[in-house]
Design a protein. Structure first.
Length: 429
């Protein structure tokens, strides 16, 4: 099922390169189909979206937007216990992200120069939320709440209608808890295109966030530039660094918590303890028997899982920084010892009682994370993704005159004489 590797540096690098091959591939036929859908929605508006709803979802809607009354009716179908848990999670997410908020600033100088920066939320953000077996209410909270904290004026959500126009009540309940302003029942590439261009009934947004299948991801990639996007997410992944103090039962459970997402998900343990590695593999086999998504887990672990035995913990840290995983668990005796050394990871989970699902659902840090090694240069979704900044400059005449010679010299060196002239004409006053 899962391979065990006694790996030196050469073997570890080869394994990382092998993992990278599973992401970033493009299918020309999917690219073509998505481009066709995007163009049809751009030119056909609501009718094109409705046509694709009939084709792909088996539903012909009269109205694409879900009314507030219908949202509340669907939310009422959820259990009180689920709604209470959702609200507690939302409170934690709001608290974490409220600490990320930036403030505008103004910096007056004694000589009369005034510099500064204005920070404000985007006007409108679109959130795509998958339906069906990939319907995750937690993703609604994680994508919407940072936008609310940032001060986005309007948040528009798109989610597939389901057969006969019945969306997932749990997703709609999460939308109400998170503070979504409008909900449209539409899915796939056509939903992304509608949000990017706007239609007769669907407002054009400034940014689209949220996960989706290959058609959604491809549409986001094609429309980047027409609209901003969060990231192109790949298959989920977890790396666990563990020493002899770790519990193999915990490690096995955590590896499978990510493997159940997708047959292409990657779950890796690296440890300097061979016995721990062996016991974790045995625990995997035992626990797997009781899990509902056994087939998916087996395919994931067989294709992209590994238990790696390294020489020491320094090698484990080096491997983690090379892999740059989406989720990184540190199940060691003193996990904080490693925190300052781990430079490349989407989110780091420290200790035996901070498993990855804690971050997925409840702790408050965002679970929208960079995948496929992009944690080397990308960050988790945050309030920063929903703001824009403008700088402002004020110079009194006497201060411009002091700077004039420098500006003119720099402009003329670049052979931009009109730039230089913009300064020179002011010297004649």
């Amino acid at each position: 099922m899962i391979k065990t590797v006694n790996a030196g540096e050469k073997e570890r690098r080869a394994f990382i390169e092998e993992l990278k091959l599973r992401v970033g591939r493009t299918d020309p036929e999917i690219e073509r189909k998505v481009a066709e859908i995007v163009e049809n929605v751009r030119t056909g508006g609501d009718e094109a979206v409705k046509s694709y709803s009939k084709k792909f979802d088996g539903w012909t809607p009269d109205v694409l937007e879900l009314s507030r009354e219908e949202m509340e009716r669907l939310s009422d179908r959820c259990s009180k216990e689920f709604l209470d848990s959702l609200r507690r999670a939302a409170d934690n997410i709001y608290d974490f992200h409220s600490r990320q908020k930036q403030q505008s600033r103004i910096d007056p100088q004694p000589n009369g120069i005034i510099m500064g920066q204005r920070v404000r939320g985007l006007h409108r953000a679109g959130v795509y939320v998958p339906g069906g077996t990939a319907g995750y209410p937690s993703s609604v909270l994680m994508n919407v709440i940072p936008a609310k904290v940032a001060g986005v004026k309007e948040i528009v959500m798109a989610t597939p209608p389901g057969r006969a126009g019945h969306p997932d009540p749990n997703i709609i309940a999460a939308a109400l808890v998170a503070g979504v302003d409008r909900v449209f029942l539409m899915g796939g590439a056509q939903a992304v295109a509608a949000l990017a261009y706007g239609t007769e009934s669907i407002p054009k947004v400034d940014k689209i966030v949220g996960p989706g299948n290959i058609f959604v991801a491809t549409a986001k990639k094609q429309l980047y530039g027409v609209v901003d996007i969060d990231m192109i997410a790949g298959p989920s992944e977890i790396l666990i660094i563990a020493d002899s103090s770790a519990d193999p039962e915990y490690l096995a459970a955590d590896l499978m918590s990510q493997a159940e997402h997708d047959p292409m998900a990657s779950a890796i343990l690296i440890t300097d303890d061979k016995k721990l590695a062996e016991n974790t593999v045995a625990a995997l086999y035992r626990q797997l028997e009781t899990l509902s998504r056994r087939d998916i887990i087996e395919k994931s672990l067989d294709g992209y899982g590994a238990v790696i035995v390294c020489g020491n913990m320094d090698e484990a840290v080096e491997f983690a920084n090379e892999l740059a995983p989406e989720h990184l668990e540190v199940c060691c005796n003193n996990p904080f010892e490693y925190l300052g050394k781990l430079d490349n990871a989407g989110s780091v989970f420290l200790g035996n009682y901070s498993p990855e699902p804690l971050g997925d659902y409840f702790a408050g840090a965002n679970h929208v994370l960079p995948t496929g090694g992009t944690a080397r240069f990308f960050s988790p979704l945050s309030v920063d993704d929903f703001i824009k900044k403008s700088s402002f400059i004020y110079y009194p005449r006497e201060e411009l005159l002091k700077a004039a010679d420098d500006i003119i010299l720099l402009a003329e060196t670049e052979e931009l004489t009109a730039h230089a002239n913009s300064i020179k004409v002011r010297l004649k006053d």
